[in-house]
Design a protein around this ligand. Structure first.
Ligand SMILES: NC(=O)c1ccc[n+]([C@@H]2O[C@H](COP(=O)([O-])OP(=O)(O)OC[C@H]3O[C@@H](n4cnc5c(N)ncnc54)[C@H](OP(=O)(O)O)[C@@H]3O)[C@@H](O)[C@H]2O)c1
Length: 428
């Protein structure tokens, strides 16, 4: 037996802060890799306080590092002397005993070797072709999606409400360019005629375009909605896509707002669109084909102070069209709800106030909003891809939607603080 192994109890048993005597008394750690037997106990018995034991552990560690790839778990986990093996033997100034023989063949863990081999193959040989394949499949998928989208909208009868201004007007342009047969709706005949002329003069379309058809009606008047629907169906026989875009905004405190104003906003943003949808739905169900789109708002998901009637009408819109989606899914009818954040349109200028008068102010946030052209393109994409629910907003409003669900208390405090600030700025 090596004389170092006979050291008495008065000797220092600690190496690297570990009591080796205790550790050795516990015996080797039997772990899955089972490398402990490779510690050459037969040829050299470690004694308490023996630096050689540590050195040998480190030798095994060094050997294993050479074979790290064969032993992904490492010898540190198997020799049971992790703490002692921390510093390298060079740092400790210990030379491992010469008689240590570590049979290489016994080190081979075939499962690990196979894993490493496969990983080697993937990283060195297959990674590039795999990457190219993924990019190719993705591009092909996108191309097919675009072709499908174009085919879906070409020659489709698309009804757009509120086509006289803002987002509706831009939607008319992008759907026209996509080759749709447009039915442009609004209250202002002149504005609709002007848009028709503008579309006819545009050269942007790469596909065959169709001269739009115009229909005038007021969404707050159910009688005109029914008449308009009959006119559209008589003219085209069916409707492929209905885009409920028309809407009116509102600014005011609940306490000051008359019920007439609440009703007017609800009629324009909720009852009007659902009346039009209900009027067109039977023909869609009969054909087992159709697509209903609701331009809601981020305020259909979260409510901002001093926008009560607007937020309520958009929440109702979201709820109604979510129900509709579920009910008509089996009839092959698609329903898309689009919730944009601020868009640079005349929405705030045309908003109604607490007493029913026109607000007439371009809000800072609306002025800084997204361009209606961009949003119209997103609407086209959402319809073409038959998306069900789309939020078109920056990070902050999108986060607010999740905050409302996940941390309602915090969201309500933020809204209360916003209300205080807004009230203060009005009184100043
Ligand atoms: N702008 C934004 O920041 C924003 C954000 C989120 C969602 N949205 C939504 O986007 C949609 C379009 O709004 P916009 O931003 O383009 O505003 P806009 O420029 O004011 O356009 C509103 C359109 O709705 C029509 N309309 C209003 N009341 C009507 C009624 N009673 N009957 C029939 N048509 C009526 C208007 O027609 P007239 O020309 O006849 O008034 C106009 O064409 C709205 O649903 C709005 O809620 C807008």
């Amino acid at each position: 037996m090596d004389e170092r192994a006979t050291s008495g109890p008065e000797m220092n048993h600690s190496v690297g802060g570990v009591d080796l005597k205790q550790r050795l008394a516990r015996g080797p750690r039997m772990d899955p890799t089972n490398l402990v037997p490779y510690l050459p106990r037969a040829k050299w018995s470690p004694g308490p306080g023996d630096q050689g034991w540590h050195a040998m552990s480190c030798q095994v560690l060094k050997e294993s590092q050479k074979h790290t790839r064969r032993f992904p778990l490492g010898v540190r986990e198997t020799c049971g002397q992790e703490d002692a093996c921390g510093p390298s033997p060079i740092h400790l100034g210990v030379t491992p005993p010469r008689n240590i023989h570590l049979p290489r063949a016994e080190y081979i863990d075939w499962k690990s070797l196979l894993k490493v081999g496969v990983m080697d193959f993937i990283t060195s040989t297959a990674i590039l072709p795999l990457l190219c394949g993924c990019v190719g499949i993705f591009s092909l998928f996108k191309l097919l999606q675009r072709l499908r989208m174009k085919a879906y909208l070409r020659n489709a009868v698309v009804v757009i409400t509120g086509a006289t201004s803002g987002l509706g007007r831009e939607c008319a342009k992008v759907f026209y360019a996509a080759g749709a047969r447009l039915v442009l709706c609004g209250r202002n005949r002149e504005a609709l005629d002007e848009l028709t002329r503008e579309l006819a003069a545009s050269q942007a379309a790469k596909v065959q375009t169709h001269s739009p058809y115009t229909v005038t009606f007021d969404l707050t008047d159910p009688g005109t909605i029914v008449a308009a629907t009959a006119e559209i169906l008589q003219c085209f026989g069916h409707v492929d896509v209905l885009i409920n875009n028309a809407g009116v905004s509102y600014r005011g405190a609940i306490v000051d707002t008359t019920m007439d104003v609440d009703k007017r906003v609800m009629e324009t943003n909720y009852f009007g669109p659902i009346a039009l949808t209900k009027a067109l739905l039977p023909s869609m169900i009969q054909r087992r084909q159709g697509h209903v789109v609701a331009i809601s708002s981020i305020q259909g998901k979260i409510s901002l102070p001093f926008r009560s009637a607007y937020a309520a009408s958009k929440h109702a819109t979201q709820a109604f069209f979510d129900c509709l989606r579920a009910e008509v899914e089996q009839c092959g009818i698609e329903v898309t709800v689009i919730s944009p954040s601020y868009i640079h349109t005349s929405l705030s200028l045309n908003a109604v106030t607490a007493d029913g008068s026109r607000y007439g102010v371009m809000d800072e946030k609306t002025a800084q909003g997204r361009s209606p052209v961009e949003v119209a393109r997103d609407v086209l994409a959402a319809v073409g891809k038959r998306k069900k629910d789309v939020i078109l907003a920056d990070l902050l409003p999108s986060l607010a939607v999740y905050l409302r669900t996940l941390a309602p208390g915090l969201f309500f405090s933020l809204m209360a603080s916003r209300a205080r600030k807004e009230r203060k700025s009005k009184t100043c």
